[in-house]
Design a protein around this ligand. Structure first.
Ligand SMILES: NC(=O)c1ccc[n+]([C@@H]2O[C@H](COP(=O)([O-])OP(=O)(O)OC[C@H]3O[C@@H](n4cnc5c(N)ncnc54)[C@H](OP(=O)(O)O)[C@@H]3O)[C@@H](O)[C@H]2O)c1
Length: 251
């Protein structure tokens, strides 16, 4: 279990008292007399992890163009082009800066992920698809962040016999335990879009699925990355209470 080595403290559900404290200080700040004009009251700050990926890039573009978003914090391991409204801390996901002020946001969107082939081993895959998202969620939750939206996968199931689906299911399960007031889990099938990286197996499957779309049940059809990004952003901004698991055909 690698997670405890990433987190500065034990992974545990966030105590409600800490959350309430952080939230009320945010409200107080908003009502404090200001010399500079405040952004509209409903403008949100978002933390996005995975901003360099296929879905993450689309979330970033949409969020930066959205007038409801005041600021996007996108920690990455390689720098993003600088843009207005974007804060881009360079981080090592194995040693996330627990004390950074930017964990305190209105919502987190997580599009982190890798493949077992790219990661090189099952433990290395689990680190990126389970431990990193959980570390990010825990640190944001400790700062009172009330909203989390995750890209998981069709078939995610903590009891699955398939390692990939079991890992995705365990990530969902462990995220639920952090008690975010608003949690969205998207479970897309194949993700379509212009991927810079070559993934021949995935490209072949995508071609097969796009030619035979009409034969394929709706749950397993290709979902464009832009649509997933749109749903993540919409749900993160709506911050509806409770847990939503959105299956592929409903994204
Ligand atoms: N591809 C599909 O058809 C499919 C289907 C269902 C679900 N999903 C899931 O959907 C999510 C988003 O998919 P995607 O295609 O947008 O992913 P992607 O293009 O591969 O992007 C993955 C993101 O995770 C980051 N990442 C990967 N390894 C990392 C590491 N060791 N340390 C720090 N960051 C790391 C990447 O950063 P770098 O740019 O720095 O590498 C990138 O920002 C993933 O969780 C994936 O498992 C994918």
């Amino acid at each position: 279990m690698l997670l405890p080595t990433i987190l500065p403290g034990p992974l545990r559900p966030h105590p409600p008292s800490l959350f309430h404290g952080a939230h009320s200080s945010l409200v107080e700040q908003r009502h404090r007399p200001q010399r500079e004009p405040l952004p509209p009251f409903d403008m949100k700050t978002l933390l996005l992890v995975g901003a360099t990926g296929l879905v993450g890039q689309s979330v970033l573009t949409q969020a930066l163009a959205d007038s409801r978003v005041a600021r996007v914090v996108a920690p990455t391991r390689r720098p993003l082009p600088s843009q207005p409204k974007l804060e881009n801390p360079l981080v090592d996901f194995n040693a996330l800066p627990a004390e950074a002020p930017w964990w305190a946001v209105d919502g987190v969107i997580c599009t982190l992920g890798t493949t077992i082939k790219k990661a090189g081993s099952q433990p290395a895959f689990r680190l990126v698809d389970h431990d990193y998202p959980l570390a990010v969620a825990t640190l944001a939750r400790r700062r009172g962040t009330p909203v989390f939206a995750l890209v998981s996968s069709v078939g995610a199931d903590a009891a699955s016999r398939t390692f990939y689906l079991r890992t995705k299911g365990e990530t969902e399960r462990d995220l639920r335990a952090l008690n975010f007031p608003s949690l969205t889990i998207l479970r897309p099938s194949f993700i379509g879009g212009d991927r810079a990286e070559r993934r021949p197996g995935e490209a072949l499957a995508l071609r097969f699925f796009s030619v035979l779309t009409w034969l394929i049940p709706r749950r397993y059809r290709i979902v464009p990355s832009g649509r997933i990004a749109q749903k993540l952003l919409a749900d993160a901004l709506a911050a509806a209470p409770g847990i939503r698991v959105v299956e592929s055909e409903s994204i």
